[in-house]
Design a protein around this ligand. Structure first.
Ligand SMILES: [Zn+2]
Length: 122
């Protein structure tokens, strides 16, 4: 990662830590840890509760349906951010996962958790 200065890396590390904390806050608000692997699941608050009002249940199912894709997106992003922080620790931050080539600084500035160079972007 010779194309990145240590000051840049420090800055991205801060950004990533901030983003990670924000994502965890969002995940806590919209989901809950469902299993031991730590996957977050969409939260249907009170669906299993004692109140059996059909209207409430409908609302809660709607909430579940809207929350699951959101939680999946948050979880995927959280995973990217965690991996990026790990790469900083390992000294491989800023390198494309496909070709080990440098990820352009401009791209990292837009997305500090980018995994690939422009050529290998999805
Ligand atoms: Zn690449």
């Amino acid at each position: 990662m010779k194309h990145l200065r240590q000051t840049d890396i420090d800055e991205f590390h801060d950004l990533l830590e901030t983003e990670k904390a924000q994502l965890e806050e969002d995940l806590a608000a919209h989901g809950r840890v469902q299993n031991e692997s730590g996957d977050w699941q969409g939260n249907s608050s009170g669906l299993m509760g004692e109140e059996a009002d059909p209207n409430d249940a409908a609302d809660q199912i709607e909430e579940l349906v809207t929350n699951v894709p959101l939680v999946e997106e948050l979880e995927a992003k959280h995973h990217d951010v965690e991996d990026a922080i790990e790469k900083i620790d390992r000294g491989t931050y800023g390198l494309c996962e496909e070709c080990d080539g440098p990820i352009p600084l401009a791209r990292i500035k837009v997305n500090p958790s980018a995994r690939t160079c422009l050529e290998h972007a999805e």
